[in-house]
Ligand binder design. Sequence first.
Ligand code: SP5
Ligand code: ZN
Length: 337
Amino acid sequence: MIRVFDPRQLAHAPLRELHNGGWTAYHESPDRAETILAAIGPAIPARDGGMAPIAAVHDAAYLEFLQVAHRDWVATGREGDAFAYTWPVVRRRDLDLMRIDARLGRYSYDAATPITAHSWTAAYWSAQTALTALDEVVRNPSSAAFALCRPPGHHAGRDYLGGYCFLNNAAIVAAEARRQGLGPVAILDVDYHHGNGTQDIFYEDPDMLFVSIHADPSTDYPFYWGHADERGAGAGLGTTLNLPLPRGTDWAAYAPALDQAFEAIEAHGTRLLVLSFGADTFGGDPISHFALEREDFRRLGQRVASLNVATVTIMEGGYATSELGSNVAMFLTGLGA
Ligand code: SP5
Ligand code: ZN
């Protein structure tokens, strides 16, 4: 199986994040990707597919903001990484504000996703890494490809960042695959956290299936999205399937949800699957509360392979850095080739 990794993704390295009311070292660190690469290599670098597939998913003003935000932050006299502290949640209006703090609030939904001088570069090459993996699957339709992406993407929406995510790699690949006529396309998200950005982007889309297995948002980030009663809206009603599971979920409890997800993916007539893969379902993850073991990632890979559908796997979360490489390698072993 082709692995894609681009070193320009490593340039994004925020110093710290707000976590449980204080500062901690940033969990989504560059060494996550380095340790995965060491365990799974070799990988090919990303090819530059340009802005068009990114602009097909994200809002133009948001993309412009991402590129200038840190520069504007510094120009205001600030040091370090940029992040918001005020959000327009009450009586939102489309105000065209220039103040960097107003723009940070307008284009984010959490305070745990700092923007550095290199965040745009890293996010851009993360998206290109995902697109290159799609391209590899297109060139060899029977195959699967793994995109070693970071920063991750599934919390980012059309015009907002959050959850360590800036550009929604899975959504960009899914939209591009559909544009190329590779559909029906489905997205399966198995990161510990609900993929709220991906869900939102396709919420009213009648022919993009989004299925997510994740920690119950009643107890876990991102709280406001990912509940079982969210099923899509308008023409997209029924094309979103949320399968929240309680803290403590192990493989025995996880596997039936996976069966349910696969039923929906097969019923959709899926010809191309985009898999948002997070290894933060691991029992040893420092910010998560499922109980999958190393061997379970092989089982997960095998179950995905048994679908017999062309699959682009995109790396999302996973923060147990010392075990992350072997967990991802295990998953790829199960996925085959
Ligand atoms: C891509 C991805 O996995 N993003 C995750 C973002 C999670 N950010 C906030 C997590 C806060 C977890 N706090 C739990 C405390 C555990 N003791
Ligand atoms: Zn996650």
